[in-house]
Write a protein that binds this ligand. Structure first.
Ligand SMILES: NC(=O)CC[C@H](N)C(=O)O
Length: 236
């Protein structure tokens, strides 16, 4: 399985993601400059975290117009896998590959922390090596991570099981106190309707190496690798 990690001016987690894929998981991986348009050699596209275009206007608002994003949209339309982490999630909502939007954190501060998350749905290519309803811990680092969607959209996302990760407390309870940024329904990560596109604010690549004392993020990449065949029909 070949991975591509998109690099925009201002991306800062691209090499972290590539390190996990290449050095830890031993997968063929290449960095994809945002002006590239030919990505047909790739199976999985990852849009990493960072501050693309300095977060000017709104996080992800400018990156959505980079040439690579048309190719990413085509890749997703073919049912192939796309993962957006943090700034990548913001960009995927800007281009409309994922529903809703990420707005300023409720407390108006940039939040850098390690937070508990509940894995809500394991019937997904992204989460199938996690135990259902398990509580994991991943780092977050964002200023605009508050998930918002119109009531109808929110209902659809919930009814379809598109919420894969939710902010919770250590006991796995979904509470207002365990919601770091004011996201609706404590949403931390969602897929599109067909399940092949995932966006999440927490950073799995920052919790994928024993050296860092945390490996809860590694299962996400391992889940994808367990799906080497059947790429055309990934939705469950
Ligand atoms: N770590 C990130 O990708 C941060 C995303 C974005 N720059 C924000 O602050 O919300």
């Amino acid at each position: 399985m070949k991975f591509g990690v998109v690099v925009f001016p201002g991306s800062n987690c691209d090499r972290d993601v590539a390190y996990v894929l290449q050095d830890i998981l031993k997968q063929p991986t290449r960095l994809v400059w945002h002006q590239e348009t030919e990505i047909s050699d790739l199976d999985v596209i990852i849009i990493p975290g960072g501050f693309s275009y300095g977060d000017y206007l709104r996080c992800g608002a400018i990156a959505q117009f980079s040439p690579i994003m048309k190719a990413v949209q085509q890749h997703a339309t073919q049912g192939k896998l796309v993962l957006g982490i943090c700034n990548g999630f913001q960009i995927l909502t800007e281009v409309g590959l994922l529903p809703g939007a990420l707005i300023r954190n409720q407390n108006l501060h940039f939040i850098c922390d390690r937070v508990p998350l509940k894995v809500e749905n394991t019937a997904s290519v992204w989460t199938e090596t996690y135990h259902k309803q398990t509580v994991i811990t991943l780092p977050i680092a964002h200023g605009e991570g508050r998930y918002f969607a119109e009531p109808d959209t929110l209902k659809q996302i919930e009814d379809n099981g598109q919420v894969l990760f939710r902010y919770c407390n250590q006991k796995g309870e979904i509470t207002a106190e365990s919601n770091p940024n004011g996201s609706l329904n404590n949403i931390a990560g969602i897929t599109n309707k067909t399940g092949n596109v995932l966006g999440m604010m927490p950073h799995p690549e920052r919790a994928s190496d024993e050296v860092l004392g945390a490996t809860d993020g590694l299962h996400l990449f391992q889940s994808v690798l367990s799906h080497k065949v059947g790429m055309a029909n990934l939705a469950h």
